[in-house]
Unconditional design. Structure first.
Length: 152
């Protein structure tokens, strides 16, 4: 066993810090919160379907300026069999920020946060999420981009 240990010099200083990519438990107890801002509906529906197929817990928060502008409502409502789905329509900016923040607070640091929509929307969700979860657990999909970006 000792052969596996690296040699430590007498004056070496250890570095202790938060890992850049903390391990997450890959089971049904890990919570995922998905945020959708108007243009991000399709990608959030796809992610929610994958989570449902894997038996993972999730909740979706679908934000739109009005119910007329909300996309894929039927698809979101069909996900209710597998997770919680909330629609937030016609909210003024201050109430929108309050609703999005209260959805993730308090939460465990291992919670996975997915957000998709316009840049201002995903930036706000990311700022709020950084107060509760590890940065590596925040996944942004900005409108026009094809893949989820992990923030660092």
């Amino acid at each position: 066993m000792r052969g596996n240990l690296n040699h430590v010099n007498q004056h070496d200083e250890p570095f202790v810090g938060i890992p850049k990519s903390p391990a997450t438990i890959a089971d049904s107890r890990v919570r995922s919160i998905l945020y959708c801002g108007e243009t991000g509906a399709e990608s959030i529906v796809r992610i929610a379907k994958r989570l449902a197929s894997a038996g993972r817990r999730f909740e979706v928060h679908n934000f739109a300026r009005s119910s007329d502008r909300a996309a894929l409502l039927t698809e979101f409502d069909a996900l209710r069999r597998h997770g919680k789905v909330y629609h937030h329509f016609d909210l003024p900016d201050d109430l929108f920020a309050q609703k999005s923040a209260s959805a993730m607070s308090p939460t465990h640091a291992s919670t996975q946060i997915y957000c998709s929509g316009p840049p201002a929307f995903t930036d706000l969700v990311e700022r709020q999420a950084r107060e509760w979860v590890y940065a590596a657990n925040i996944h942004k999909i900005v409108s026009g981009e094809q893949t989820a970006n992990q923030t660092a």
